[in-house]
Design a protein around this ligand. Structure first.
Ligand code: SIN
Length: 194
């Protein structure tokens, strides 16, 4: 899979005749909502775990010093909590550009807090994409995040804002919170609003 997924995503779904689509966000899509939406609801998906295993060469790092951002890894029994947005299909023209560094749109079933379900889409960076970095000790992931900066800002801001949003959603994402505590232990870092 090439690093730039824009063209590939455009061929994946035909939105003809569809007024709105549910999008499940589990990373920056939770806290950086720079796209229009019709409705927003906390939700979860089953069988997937959030992991800081995707490299970021374009947003939170550079090709020479990539940052680390989240993707989803299949894990039986796992529950990933996030935010669902009901969006107009044309919003994917923007989102495909934003998520172009390795993420493909997949169908998923999301469960809302009242137990109801909806089918929708989720962006996942699979292991065969060029920017995939894979597993590493959480202390090493924190050190890489502490050092990386890209056009969208410091990688630490991505981590800290995500951790803050997951806390607000009542999520207990051990992986994210463990990397956050390694990072904050190693020196003062603050999540900015940019
Ligand atoms: C997401 O937030 O759902 C995808 C990953 C990201 O953009 O951080």
């Amino acid at each position: 899979m090439p690093a730039n997924t824009i063209d590939h995503n455009r061929t994946r779904y035909n939105f003809d005749g569809i007024d709105s689509v549910w999008l499940f966000g589990y990373g920056s899509l939770i806290y950086k909502v720079d796209f229009p939406f019709l409705e927003q609801r906390p939700a979860s998906i089953r069988g997937w775990a959030r992991q800081f295993w995707q490299g970021s060469h374009d947003h939170r790092g550079t090709p020479e010093a990539p940052g680390r951002v989240v993707t989803l890894i299949e894990q039986p029994g796992a529950v990933c909590r996030g935010m669902a947005f009901r969006v107009s299909p044309n919003v994917f023209e923007y989102l495909d550009v934003r998520e172009k560094n390795g993420y493909l749109r997949f169908s998923t079933t999301m469960t809302f807090d009242d137990g109801s379900h909806a089918e929708g889409l989720v962006y996942i960076a699979t292991e065969d994409n060029e920017a995939f970095l894979g597993e590493a000790p959480e202390a090493d992931i924190a050190a890489q995040i502490a050092a990386a900066v890209g056009p969208s800002g410091p990688n630490s801001e991505y981590l800290l804002r995500l951790a803050e949003s997951l806390r607000a959603l009542g999520d207990d994402c051990r992986h994210t919170f463990s990397i956050e505590s390694h990072l904050t232990r190693s020196g003062p870092v603050e999540a900015s609003d940019s």
